[in-house]
Design a protein around this ligand. Sequence first.
Ligand SMILES: Nc1nc2c(ncn2[C@@H]2O[C@@H]3COP(=O)(O)O[C@H]4[C@@H](O)[C@H](n5cnc6c(=O)[nH]c(N)nc65)O[C@@H]4COP(=O)(O)O[C@H]3[C@H]2O)c(=O)[nH]1
Length: 706
Amino acid sequence: MTLSQHKYCLTRCRFLMSSIFVDPHLQNQNYLEQVIDAMPAGLVMVDAALRACSMNRMMADLLGVPDDLLLEQELALDDLIACPELARHAAEALASGTPQDNVLVTLDGRADGVRYVDFNIRRTRKDGSYMLLLIGQDITFRRKARLRLQESEEFFRLTFSQAAVGIVLLGADGRVLRTNSKMSQILGYTEIELLQRFFQQLTCAEDMAEEQALMTRLKLGQISDYQLEKRLLRRDGARVWVSVNVSSMRDVNGSQRFICVINDIQRQKQAEEALLRMANHDALTGLPNRVLMQDRLGQAIMHAHRAGRQVAVMFIDLDRFKHVNDSLGHDAGDGLIVEIARRLSNSLRESDTVARQGGDEFVVVLPDLAGQEDAARVARKLLDNLFQPTTLCGQEVFPSGSIGIAMYPRDGEDSATLLKCADSAMYGSKGQGGNHYSFYTAEMGAQAVEHLRMEGALQRALQRQEFLLHYQPVVDIGSGVVTGVEALLRWQPQDRAMVSPADFIPLAEETGLIVPIGEWVLLTAMEQQVAWRQSGLPPVRISVNLSARQFLGQDVAQCVAGLLARTGCDPGYLTLEITESVLMENPIAAAETMGRLAAMGVQLAIDDFGTGYSSLASLKRFPIHSLKIDRSFVMDLTQDADDAAIVNAVIALAHSMKLNVIAEGVETGEQLAYLSKQGCDQMQGYHFSRPVEPGRIEAMLRAGRG
Ligand SMILES: Nc1nc2c(ncn2[C@@H]2O[C@@H]3COP(=O)(O)O[C@H]4[C@@H](O)[C@H](n5cnc6c(=O)[nH]c(N)nc65)O[C@@H]4COP(=O)(O)O[C@H]3[C@H]2O)c(=O)[nH]1
């Protein structure tokens, strides 16, 4: 309806109203007019022909009728308020007299926007005719507020259900009252299933105590919210890491509620755990690394201190690991380390720690021990398990290790001291030939210091020219003629007594210094051979020892070839000695290297024969010229029937294989006589001569003893 359609005025309205509410006193009539005008509801009066007869100010305002528009004649209700629904209800009220309530009318022609009016219609009678009273209540504000509320509820509902985080509303007892689809996704339950559960059923047992404590504080109002990282239990039983923000609230009834916002942090946690693992574990074996081991050792010490118990720290170093690495390659070396890690772990209890310290070194921490014997028992078990053979690159390898043990509190009260002591004790085991365990003793500490000092001195010895060679004659037993000499290394430090090769060769091996030292020995021996030849002596066979690392670890054949060319040494008068154990450690690589050396015309001898595990038959595949019977068999030859039997067998079998046999360490005439009787070819030993400096050998050779 447009404003121009309104043809009435307030004056007329007032007149009409005064005619409805008849009062004999004009004053009262004016008062009633005022009351009706002041009513907080619009009022329009309609006659039986459904024509609007009068209205109050509020209705005029509602309909947007300006004061200056005067109603010339009565107006049809339809024209005044164009709402068929209202007209229908008005007709109904007029016909039946039934009050018509809550008829909603939308007034949309107003300049200030849409208005919603709630009409109640009553039938009255005036002067014998029916009249209708239409009372309109402006509910625009209420209705808009309700619409806004609906909108906001819808917005909240959508936000809640579609949120990218899990949301759970809990009752004071922990029951799930509302939840959303993200929560279902995180936990694998349907929303309906979740509604039947308590948060206590969804929380992992490990995190329950902490969460309950926080929730109690929340209930008591001591905190307004809390944040926690915890594990929830999924429907399939798996655990999922989440971060939870919980705050307390009251619902419309004043009941306490908890609103929980839950983020799935499983991936983040897994990444964190992986990082932590990397920081604390060795990548190759997955064992704890040095950092984690020290932490565990610290804890074990603290516990033992409180409980009056002991802790054992074991330092384990693999014997001859470098040779495996050098000869079979790094992949095989890695394979061995992984296998050893597995064996160590399988030999220990859950509460023990086995860590990789680096390289071929492992540390084992045994907490909560009653005494040293417990540690000894474990050490024996570890050695037994380590010693089982394994196959690497198609080769059978016999791993073994040296174990050093330090005990808390006896040997030290802190991790660093205990580890140092265990390390020293490990060297003690190595000194006994490996595959041993030793407990730390005070002497070992001194030895460890000496070991370090010697390592430094050895490194400087080559530059300072502190090495020299002595030679021990090799004598033909039948004729007594010196057929050659063995070059034996000597170290004469400038400020100290001569050091035995037995003391420094293992250290040189370990540090790798054996490579330059060994090359120096070869060079010096070859030069000596050339020098003797040039001085007019008949050719002298020189034997040179090759260490395991020299033989297996570098290209010794190439080195020898280079030195032969450089010195002019006659390869036919050069013998290289390799110990039996080196040969057996990697027979394929050894056979290959020996083949190349033999092809140059160099002779090869097996040193210390009888101490290893090889059978004579297994020697067939190597291009060997001589066997040297180890001194330990010769020593008791005349007293010990077993040693005699071994020596006899070795000589007989070696001869059957056309090998030359040399007996080492012959000190007495009886030994010599026995060996001679058994047909041993050559001998070395103090009975004939100790190793001596080159000048004395030369004199011996010139004196015709050669
Ligand atoms: N009790 C006793 N001993 C005797 C007798 N005759 C000789 N010996 C000693 O026995 C050792 C023989 O050398 P080896 O078995 O090759 O054992 C050698 C060898 O394995 C190693 N070695 C020595 N020189 C070199 C070298 O230039 N290179 C390498 N790689 N190792 C070397 O050091 C070991 C010890 O050498 P040395 O102390 O010179 O000790 C030498 C020698 O002095 C005897 O009748 N009675």
